[in-house]
Design a protein around this ligand. Structure first.
Ligand code: NDP
Length: 327
């Protein structure tokens, strides 16, 4: 038996609880993992609260991220005792996830935890942080280098935003953080933001072309924020779009793309190929300051993942939440 967050659905709707689950109930997979830490990402919060149809079959153990130790494996790359992590691949959506003491997973989804990180640090990064790294790598691929101009990070006090700021600042970029929480300005500055702006300046409809300001953008908000970010990106600049915290629409014009050669780079973490994941995790081990990672992270026991999910969607969570699945 192990403890798990279990999301069930009945005629009266979706419900969630901490349940005792038999190991035999786990889905098929060639690696059994003793999960030590998981996280609460935006998508986990949607799954747990039922605010969006993230879960594709019920009952479901949520938790798109996990880190822990291999208990059993028939996969050629993993042996009992190996320290592994998983991000995405439908885990916690279509396949039972990691907000649990055990997970049985497909070995092709697993990566060794980089030596630089404990399971708790790997989950402090989690999908949010690994996605922030993918965004930074997308900017770099398109020539956004330190010294080329300001880089805007939207949703700044959230998980993706916090890690993106720490990474970009460490790499030598001048980072401008957009937040709706003015009180978090000292936190954002401590992570490395050179300037903090009010997200209200980006969240209402704006002109299709605006004063050129950003050399690059990491956007986790979408909607008008993304449209305005594109409209104020400098000639040849790049906007990495990964999120929809402000909306899934994109009320933009083609003007920035066809008149300024702006690139809109889409970033997906869920089905990202293994080679890209390996590169992202190697880069995180090199470029993310562990002190700043600790400053943006709070750890909670398993049962608290349920109220933390509601808090996250209410915009009350700062940075990253690690879940200790052993408590
Ligand atoms: P968080 O909830 O931690 O952060 C989101 C932040 O967005 C909030 O903290 C808030 O920042 C800002 N925000 C929230 N609501 C609004 C709003 N209505 N208008 C403007 N800003 C808003 O989530 P994550 O950082 O984990 O994820 C951010 C987004 O990225 C989500 O949409 C998520 O689904 C997406 N994502 C996508 C991935 C991919 O593979 N493409 C992977 C990971 C995440 P502040 O308070 O500073 O304003």
């Amino acid at each position: 038996m192990f403890r798990a967050i279990l999301v069930e659905k009945s005629e009266s709707g979706q419900s969630v609880r901490v349940a005792e689950v038999e190991e035999s109930a786990l889905p098929a997979g060639d690696v059994l993992v003793r999960v030590e830490r998981s996280t609460v990402n935006y998508k986990d919060a949607l799954a747990i609260t039922g605010k969006a149809p993230v879960i594709r079959k019920f009952p479901m153990v949520p938790g798109i991220d996990g880190a822990g130790e291999v208990v059993e494996s028939s996969h050629a790359s993993f042996r009992p005792g190996d320290r592994v992590l998983v991000n995405g691949f439908g885990v916690g959506e279509a396949h039972w996830g990691c907000l649990a003491g055990r997970a049985r997973l497909d070995g092709n989804w697993l990566l060794p935890i980089p030596k630089a990180f404990t399971p708790a640090q790997a989950m402090a990064i989690g999908t949010a942080g690994y996605t922030a790294m993918l965004c930074v790598m997308a900017l770099e691929r398109h020539g956004v280098a330190p010294g080329k101009g300001d880089v805007l990070v939207t949703g700044a006090a959230g998980g993706v935003g916090s890690v993106a700021i720490a990474l970009l600042a460490r790499l030598g970029h001048r980072v401008v953080a957009s937040t709706g929480r003015a009180a978090e300005a000292p936190y954002l500055t401590a992570l490395g933001a050179a300037e903090v702006i009010d997200r209200a300046t980006l969240s209402t409809p704006g002109k299709p072309l605006q004063k050129e300001r950003w050399a690059g953008v990491v956007d986790s908000v979408g909607s008008h924020t993304l449209a305005n970010a594109c409209a104020a990106t400098r000639y040849g600049g790049t906007v990495a779009a990964c999120g929809l915290a402000g909306g899934m629409d994109l009320p933009a014009s083609v003007a920035p793309f066809i008149l300024r050669g702006v690139t809109l780079a889409g970033v997906d973490s869920v089905m990202a190929p293994m080679a890209l994941r390996r590169e992202a995790w190697e880069r995180l081990a090199r470029d993310l300051d562990p002190v700043r990672l600790a400053a943006m992270t709070r750890e909670i026991p398993l049962a608290e993942a349920i109220p933390a999910s509601a808090d996250l969607l209410a915009g009350k969570v700062r940075g990253r939440v690690v879940v200790d699945t052993t408590r």
